[in-house]
Design a protein around this ligand. Structure first.
Ligand code: KIV
Ligand code: ZN
Length: 532
């Protein structure tokens, strides 16, 4: 009886960081990062990992295929529009998955059907039936979603859900695609479907909420209270536009507020901080300082009155313990003389498990940093891990040396030695400030038309000797590439970040990898990933 009860209260956590999360403009992740994220999500207890949209591009296909091969416990899911070729491609990509799921969707709201799909409602129903049936040929685990479901006509939505169920869908996911609804409306919609759609009791009802009005988490939890038993979410709330419901927030809300949210899930919450950092590193999207659960300030207390309360009893200002989300106070102090073993130990404390090659690369940089800085803080170690995340040995451009003169009295001049493939170039340029000069010099070696669309520098810790982390975002022909680097010298960090972005641009040019904006428009008329 107890088991039956807990099964009914069990909420499945469906992570779509690698699919909807990656649809955030500029959040493209490398295959290596996707595999690492999948392993960590699996290890953390995520039930379903949506690994990508296989028919979107060869890169997406490969990612889903590879993720399916490494994930040991979770269901691995691939997305498909209501197009037979999409479903077939998803089935193919998932063929090595231990537990495959195909997720097929089509828009059901009047505005999407009329203007985007240009399909009548009977055509939409036919497409649902055909594609869900097709998906069932590959797996008996089929999820179907009515895109823009929360703005769909109720009668039509019920017919569409019933059609999907009859065709063999086992999970019905209701997306609030444009993040329009408020919690009571989300709950009412789930209740309406449970009351009106025959056979819905046999399927799992899922919720997929976007955060355009900042209500994605509240909407997801309201849907669960009304009977949904799967939440679709992303790490750090990544996703289209304002993002999706943040996994760490829904999980901790259920953990902290068991009194009003008496549901269970399989997530090991002590892994949340580490996975959050990993996703931030992979996407180069910084986590907002005051972000709930995983923001740098989420457990920081500055006001004297708060600090006083905390010393007397942490419960005065903390509703959860930092260690519950993996922010345990660590013990090892790192210094100039610390060796490889201590470094490995420290990184393990911070949640990083690394092999010998990576350890050597991090250690080399650690030694240089420890020589320059009085104290090496945990945030410095995290920045170090992020700046050694990519294997630089295959980079086309490698900065050999940099020298800049600048100031109020003279024009800035940069002199740079740069390897491009096997050839060393020595270039010089002047410019409007040191970066303008340095970037112009590099452009002589690697000509391009990319626009600098974002340049950001953050001090990793306090003090004038703090490391700076620079992130650069370039856009060429609507393709976004990013670069990141850290150094105690801000100009050096910025130039290294620029070189890193150009190396990513070189890879993108080679692959000519299409971005979502291109592939969503070419297969008509059955669907698109972008709301119009
Ligand atoms: O937001 C949305 O509607 C989606 C669907 C593909 C589920 O992401
Ligand atoms: Zn979505």
């Amino acid at each position: 009886m107890k088991n039956q009860q807990s099964n009914q209260d069990r909420v499945l956590i469906f992570d779509t960081t690698l699919r909807d999360g990656e649809q955030s403009p500029g959040a493209t992740m490398t295959l290596k990062h996707k595999l690492e994220i999948s392993r960590q999500l699996d290890d953390m207890g995520v039930d379903i990992i949506e690994a990508g949209f296989p028919n979107a591009s060869p890169g997406d296909f490969e990612a889903v295929h590879e993720v399916a091969s490494v994930v040991k416990n979770a269901v691995v899911c691939g997305l498909a529009r209501a197009v037979i070729s999409d479903v077939d491609r998803a089935g193919e990509a998932l063929k090595n998955a231990y537990r495959p799921r195909i997720h097929t969707f089509i828009a059901t709201s009047p505005i999407h059907m009329k203007h985007k799909l240009k399909m009548r409602s009977d055509e939409v129903l036919d497409a649902i039936e055909a594609t869900v049936k097709r998906a069932r040929k590959f797996t008996d685990n089929v999820q179907w979603s009515p895109e823009d479901g929360t703005r769909s006509d109720h009668d039509f939505l019920c017919r569409a859900v019933e059609t999907a169920l009859k065709a063999g869908a086992t999970t019905i996911n209701i997306p609030d695609t444009v993040g329009y609804r408020i919690p009571t409306e989300c709950a009412d919609l789930i209740r309406m479907l449970r009351e009106r759609v025959p056979g819905i009791g046999k399927a799992v009802i899922s919720t997929h909420c976007h955060n355009d009005l900042g209500m994605a988490v509240a909407n997801s939890l309201a849907a669960v209270k009304a009977g949904a038993r799967q939440i679709e979410c992303t790490i750090n709330g990544l996703g289209e536009r304002a993002g999706n419901a943040a996994l760490e927030e829904v999980v901790m809300a259920m953990q902290v507020r068991q009194d009003v949210l008496p549901f269970t899930n399989r997530i090991n919450s002590t892994k949340l901080t580490h996975v959050s950092r990993l996703v931030s590193e992979a996407t180069q999207f910084p986590v907002q300082y005051n972000k709930a659960i995983v923001g740098k300030n989420a457990f920081a207390h500055e006001a004297g009155i708060h600090q006083d309360g905390m010393i007397k009893n942490a419960g005065t200002y903390e509703i959860m313990r930092p260690e519950d989300v993996g922010l345990a106070k660590t013990s090892l102090i790192m210094g100039k003389h610390s060796g490889r073993a201590a470094l490995r130990e420290k990184l393990t404390e911070l949640g990083y498990t690394i092999g010998d090659n990576r350890l050597n690369a991090v250690f080399a940089k650690y030694k240089i940093l420890a020589d320059k800085k009085r104290e090496v803080f945990e945030d410095d170690m995290i920045a170090l891990m992020q700046s050694t995340a990519t294997d630089e040995s295959n980079d086309y451009l490698k900065l050999q040396s940099l020298s800049v003169t600048c100031g109020t009295l003279e024009t800035s001049v940069a002199r740079i030695k740069l390897m491009a493939g096997d050839i060393e170039h020595e270039v010089r340029a002047d410019g409007d400030g040191p970066l303008d000069a340095a970037f112009s010099a590099i452009k002589q070696v690697f000509p391009h038309h990319a626009r600098l669309v974002r340049y950001q520098v953050n001090a990793v810790t306090e003090g004038t000797d703090a490391q700076a982390t620079a992130s650069i975002r370039l856009s060429e022909n609507d393709h976004i590439v990013v670069g990141q680097a850290s150094d105690t010298d801000t100009i050096t960090a910025s130039v290294l970040a620029y070189v890193n972005a150009l190396n990513n641009l070189a890879i993108r040019r080679q692959k000519k990898c299409p971005q979502s904006a291109e592939y969503t428009e070419d297969i008509e008329p059955s669907g698109s990933l972008r709301a119009v």
